[in-house]
Design a protein around this ligand. Structure first.
Ligand code: RIB
Length: 304
């Protein structure tokens, strides 16, 4: 049986340019290839979860413009239920300006547009999306009030909450208390742990502040899993890196699908690592997301 995930989050059109390196302030660089890809952390995670076999309902906003049309269309093509995505009459669809260097490392600036108009009222009006759901998955490209309202609604219904706190920002204790699984990268962890540089110490600090389960994504190093009676670092899979955009989204989606299916936390992290590894071998945000067969094949090839 397919499990249902609710994703609350952003949809952006990604405008991506490749450059020999990242420019310094005031510098103009001549880049090479320019491409547009459907993106946004929320939509990337929604599309990835759908490709991995989940039924996905997404809550968010796009503008009444061509980028909005395109993003809704691609999400639907991947089977995401877009009934709960509103067309904002006043704000433009979100856009992300992305620079990729020769090593595939990225910098991103987002013009959030309609994503920042998602409100607690939107969540209330989309309450039907939570019917029969196994898990709620969110990020931080929408207003915190909406994220917290969704977490509250899920908790009242006994639905586990996964939060990928990206992009990094300080979070109120009231929100953290509603999160069952927190998935920061190292940079986000550092900020959440008030500047603590060592990731083991930072993780311990968050756990002592009441975070229930923590998975820190460490890029080429893999992921650190910290739960009440477990602490384990799972190594990353070695792959050739083409484009790192949305690797964290692939991780969050695969982790969430595995959890919703009742797999162990350790197995969910393995799924996350595998999805992230596959995603970095391909260009683009949503186009790089693996499907279920690819992910299972990838793990099997490595004896897992
Ligand atoms: O996580 C990658 C995503 O971040 C990109 O697709 C971009 O839209 C930004 O939201």
């Amino acid at each position: 049986m397919n499990h249902t995930l609710v994703v609350v989050g952003s949809l952006n059109m990604d405008l991506v340019v490749r450059a020999p390196r990242h420019p310094r302030p005031g510098e103009t660089l001549i880049g090479s290839q320019f491409q547009t890809f459907p993106g946004g952390k929320g939509a990337n995670q929604a599309v990835a979860a759908a490709r991995l076999g989940a039924r996905v309902r997404m809550i968010g906003r796009v503008g009444q413009d061509a980028f909005g049309d395109a993003l809704l269309q691609t999400a639907r093509q991947d089977g995401v239920d877009t009934t709960f995505i509103r067309r904002d009459p006043h704000a433009a669809t979100g856009v992300a300006l992305i620079t990729l260097d020769e090593a595939g490392q990225n910098t991103i600036v987002v013009a959030s547009g309609a994503n920042m108009q998602v409100s607690p009222q939107d969540i209330e009006q989309a309450a039907a999306a939570f019917e029969g759901a196994s898990l709620l998955l969110m990020q931080l490209e929408c207003p915190l009030e909406a994220v917290e309202a969704a977490a509250e609604l899920a908790r009242r219904r006994g639905i586990p909450v996964v939060l990928n706190p990206a992009p990094a920002r300080p979070l109120p204790q009231s929100l953290l208390a509603k999160v069952d699984y927190l998935l920061p990268n190292q940079h986000e962890l550092h900020l959440l742990a008030e500047g603590e540089a060592d990731y083991h110490t930072a993780a311990a600090r968050l756990m002592s502040n009441g975070v229930r389960n923590l998975v820190v994504t460490l890029g080429e190093e893999g992921a650190l899993l910290v739960a009440p009676h477990t602490q384990e670092k799972l190594a990353a899979f070695k792959v050739p890196v083409v484009d790192t955009v949305a690797a964290g989204d692939a991780f969050a989606a695969a982790f969430s699908v595995a959890l919703a299916e009742g797999k162990s936390l350790r197995e969910a992290v393995l799924w996350g690592n595998a999805a992230g590894a596959i995603a970095v071998t391909r260009p683009g945000a949503q186009p790089s997301m693996p499907n279920r067969e690819e992910l299972i094949h990838f793990l099997k090839e490595r004896g897992l």
